[in-house]
Ligand binder design. Structure first.
Ligand SMILES: *Cc1c(COP(=O)(O)O)cnc(C)c1O
Length: 428
């Protein structure tokens, strides 16, 4: 069934570290050979052996309206004839900035970059430059990209590979990154009181997605907002995953909480390498060339990348019912999965916010990294492979959220639930 993928993986390892260009793709935590995808359309991916999969990663988010979405493909095609990059300002960059501002709250100024990592890295630099302080607070199990400051208790990728400490990151840098358990406001208060006037920023995934999906406890984000205000700390929402997914205005809109700075990636580029960070003018005006906090990019605001993201965001903005549909589909998956697992008597906890959902094989509530980490990952591995064999592509790690896309049909959901039922009968 996976003959070509096996051959390609062997070949890939001769010239690419571990055979992949991003670690989670290697299937290390679930074992076996990663599937090499050839093409995708709508809700389906097709691998090099010709197998079809119902896709629950959707390129880790961007394919929220399905693969090879025609308006995006057509826009890219048309734009490419005008050249793929200029290194000069373009009108499209203004239109993109205006479109984002019209969708998301609390953004006066926004800078485009090329990935979620770049967005978060730049937001942290800006917060440090703006406050004149060095330390940041992040949460255990939250991922903010692979910049040095963030690779401390960084969730999915590192957790999957069981990497505790990353060689190559200096003690100086990691000492400036303070960590607290997600949903634990007292731990944050302690950190702040122990580091008075040293904390530049608190960065958080407003709904965590890199230790599976973990919603913020009621009042948690509000309490952080209050702390940031009283201690003059920059509150950064990392909306790389939640942005344009939980609502047109992301988690800020859905949870009705204002961040000082916000970062985007994934959906914002419709599958092209795009990220962005933005926020209040008072802070953003410190970015070069307005201010001295230097940040730049040869390909930032690239026309092909931006036209893809612009086209997708415009569809999302003009069709807000998409969010209701996504909610309904993910909810029916949620209810269906609950039924299937209950019937089989399998300990599980399903967390869901909007179209972010994940299943942890534990009967305890999953509220932070520690409670996510004690789930039965051996069982997840078996479940993952049993589903893959049946044409259901789940994230290849128990620490990853499933990203539901709107190309998914009711029939696809039924097929998924049938596959889950069969899989459990096979492995339990
Ligand atoms: C994916 C992700 C990032 C990193 O984005 P890249 O584009 O992979 O660099 C940062 N933060 C969160 C919350 C993410 O999910």
């Amino acid at each position: 069934m996976f003959q070509k993928s096996i051959e390609l993986f062997n070949r890939a390892q001769q010239s690419i570290p571990g055979g992949v260009n991003s670690p989670v793709r290697a299937f290390k935590s679930v074992g076996g050979t990663p599937v090499f995808i050839k093409k995708a359309k709508g809700a389906y991916m097709f691998d090099e052996d010709g197998n079809r999969y119902i896709d629950y990663i959707n390129s880790w988010g961007p394919m929220i309206l399905g693969h090879a979405f025609e308006p995006v493909i057509n826009a890219i095609r048309e734009k490419a004839y005008d050249s793929t990059s200029f290194g000069t300002p373009t009108q499209l960059e203004i239109e993109m900035a205006e479109l984002i501002k019209s969708m998301v709250p609390n953004v006066d100024l926004i800078r485009m970059v090329n990935s979620g990592t770049e967005a978060c890295m730049s937001a942290i630099r800006l917060a440090r430059g703006y406050t004149g302080r060095n330390k940041i607070i992040k949460f255990e199990g939250c991922y903010h990209g692979h910049a040095d400051s963030f690779l401390v208790k960084a969730g999915s990728g590192m957790a999957t590979l069981d990497i505790q400490h990353v060689p190559g990151i200096t003690t100086g840098v990691s000492n400036d990154t303070l960590t607290a358990p997600y949903n634990d406001i007292e731990a944050v208060e302690k950190l702040i009181h122990g580091n008075r006037e040293e904390v530049a920023a608190i960065i958080i995934e407003p709904v965590a997605g890199n230790m599976g999906c973990i919603p913020p406890a009621p009042g948690f984000l509000e309490a952080l907002r209050y702390l940031c205000d009283s201690e003059k700390i920059v509150f950064i929402f990392d909306e790389v995953m939640t942005g344009f997914r939980l609502a047109p205005g992301g988690a800020q809109e859905r949870l009705n909480i204002a961040a000082d700075l916000v970062t985007y990636g994934k959906i914002i580029g419709a599958g092209m390498p795009v990220g962005a960070f933005g926020g209040k003018k008072e802070i953003m005006q410190h970015i070069a060339p307005l201010g001295n906090v230097y940040q730049a990019g040869t390909l930032s605001g690239n026309p092909i990348a931006l036209i893809a993201g612009y086209t997708l965001l415009k569809v999302l903005k003009e069709n807000p019912l998409i969010y209701n549909e996504l909610e309904e589909k993910t909810n029916s998956l949620h209810q269906g999965m609950t039924r299937v697992f209950q019937e089989m008597g399998i300990d599980h906890t399903i967390n869901r916010v909007g179209s972010m959902i994940s299943i942890h094989f534990t009967k305890n509530p999953v509220i932070n990294f520690a409670t996510a980490a004690i789930a039965n990952n051996e069982f997840f591995k078996k479940f993952f492979h049993a589903m893959l064999k049946r044409g259901i592509y789940l994230p290849p790690s128990a620490f990853e959220t499933w990203f539901v896309g709107n190309a998914l049909s009711t029939d696809d959901i039924h097929q998924t639930l049938d596959a889950a039922n069969e899989s459990l009968r096979e492995i339990f």
